[in-house]
Design a protein around this ligand. Structure first.
Ligand code: AMP
Length: 470
């Protein structure tokens, strides 16, 4: 933390204003709080610096051109029509503030995984009308994101330009194309790509006077438009957008500003993909529910018979370690005790409720059983901070969605009683939407991987770039 903080000052001219102001704050603080003396840590000093960094609210966009990285990677149907416009709606507060101030907007995004090649299927031209309708103003389109100099230069205050898919250029992601990692020439190719990525980011930066990062969904990637571009703007001309601010605040609510009891619910298929988060949460939560497919790895680790249930045989020791850690830290670990088992992986399978450590051969646990659901409810009831990532069963099939529904209902109930509840990660969001309960929780994150990395305690590159961290 401290090392990262200090690197901020490697470019003194760029940060001279911040340095002067922050030094003032630092000495002012000591003058006002002399008794706290050395307990005033770098953390506090850093906090003060963050307070004086540019924010979208403080910035007046009048007469300025702003290039905004959004996440318009929206799902399209066969006819190229948007089937869910949540991401477009999510970016509107930022985009509208810029226009309302009298700024001109250059919007950039990726869509899908075109792997560095032009592919009409992923063209952002398909969403121009939807963006225009959402903004209530015409939107121009630049068919080549790296050749939009003229269109950007011609933009007048209040006008909007949408750039074509950034990922039509491999430079956006910065990975060398057409060469395997094992190839001896790979390292040179990577270096060359990093150099052209900088050029690409510089080109994008040249279109505008300021940069706004509002794509939380890709904030965990160090891509040209999410991080590298920030190097071409000084600290007063780059900032996070409203959506990013909201996401960061939501994560802070569950990681820093914790109201207790804190219950985290981790579900889904595998313990291996969530281990970083589980470990980070272990120091923070009062109750930890581990459910879904991953629960059977725990059942087997304890000597249970799990039939054909999902299991990660190489994670049995890890499961026991997690159980021991929870015990040592006084965390109430809820693993459940029964399940709904099925004789095939299908909604119309025959089912039976059984002990989760005594599943008959040929059967598989696909949902939490009734006693387990009661344990879930008890651990969620009365909680004041709740985090949910990953379903408790194969919720996509109606007959195995019951355990997840109980969780969603218990969260809604606790939220009504004043808890802060954060739901994130693609499947739990799909789950809460399936139950029509999205408006009964405090916050639904737009980020999948980004949210998980933030909860793991990692600094996201998209945020670090704005704050000047390296
Ligand atoms: P993840 O991507 O790891 O968050 O896992 C989400 C997926 O886990 C969903 O598609 C669920 O259908 C699946 N899942 C949840 N519980 C089970 C289970 N008991 N057996 C198999 N898959 C499950």
């Amino acid at each position: 933390m401290q090392r990262r903080f200090l690197t901020t000052f490697k470019t003194p001219i760029k940060y001279v204003k911040i340095y002067t102001l922050s030094s003032f704050l630092f000495f002012f603080y000591f003058a006002v709080h002399p008794l706290e003396g050395m307990s005033v840590t770098t953390e506090h000093f850093k906090q003060k610096i963050l307070e004086i960094m540019m924010t979208i609210d403080k910035f007046n966009f009048a007469g300025k051109k702003a290039i905004v990285r959004v996440d318009f990677n929206v799902p399209l149907n066969e006819e190229g029509k948007i089937t869910d416009d949540t991401r477009i709606r999510g970016a509107l507060p930022t985009l509208k503030k810029i226009l309302a101030d009298g700024g001109a907007l250059i919007i950039m995004s990726h869509m899908g995984k075109p792997k560095g090649k032009v592919n009409a299927k992923y063209s952002l031209s398909q969403i121009v009308d939807a963006v225009a309708a959402a903004l209530g103003t015409p939107v121009q389109f630049a068919p080549d994101c790296a050749k939009a100099q003229e269109a950007a230069a011609a933009l007048k205050p209040g006008e909007v330009l949408l750039l074509e898919n950034l990922r039509f250029y491999p430079e956006e992601e910065g990975k060398p194309v057409g060469i395997e990692k094992e190839d001896p020439a790979y390292e040179d190719a990577k270096k060359a790509m990093k150099a052209s990525q900088k050029e690409f980011a510089k080109t994008l930066a040249s279109y505008a006077d300021c940069y706004v990062m509002d794509a939380f969904g890709t904030a965990h990637r160090k891509h040209a438009s999410t991080a590298v571009i920030a190097d071409y703007f000084d600290a007063d001309h780059k900032m996070l957008g409203y959506l990013m601010e909201k996401e960061v605040q939501a994560v802070d609510n569950v990681l820093k500003d914790i109201k207790r009891p804190f219950t985290a619910i981790m579900g889904g298929s595998k313990v291996s993909t969530k281990i970083g988060i589980i470990e980070n949460l272990m120091d923070k939560v009062d109750n930890l529910i581990l459910c879904g497919g991953m629960a059977f790895t725990f059942a087997k680790a304890q000597g249970g018979k799990i039939g054909n249930s999902l299991v990660e045989d190489d994670k049995l020791d890890l499961a026991l370690e997690i159980m021991a850690k929870a015990k040592a830290k006084g965390v109430n670990l809820v693993l459940g005790c029964d399940c709904v088992a099925a004789d095939k992986f299908a909604n119309d399978a025959n089912t039976q409720v059984c002990d989760d450590k005594n599943i008959p051969d040929g059967w598989m646990g696909l949902d939490a059983g009734p006693k387990t659901r009661e344990e879930f409810k008890a651990a969620i009831k009365g909680a004041k901070t709740i985090l949910w990532n990953g379903p408790a069963g194969v919720f996509e099939m109606d007959n195995f969605a019951g355990g997840s529904k109980v969780i969603a209902e218990a969260i809604a109930e606790a939220t009504k009683e004043g808890a802060f509840s954060l739901i994130g990660g693609g499947d739990s969001v799909a789950c809460i939407n399936k139950f029509g309960m999205a408006d009964q929780v405090s916050y639904i994150s737009t980020g999948g991987g980004a949210l998980l990395e933030a909860i793991e305690g990692k600094i996201l590159p998209g945020i670090a770039a704005i704050r000047g961290d390296k």
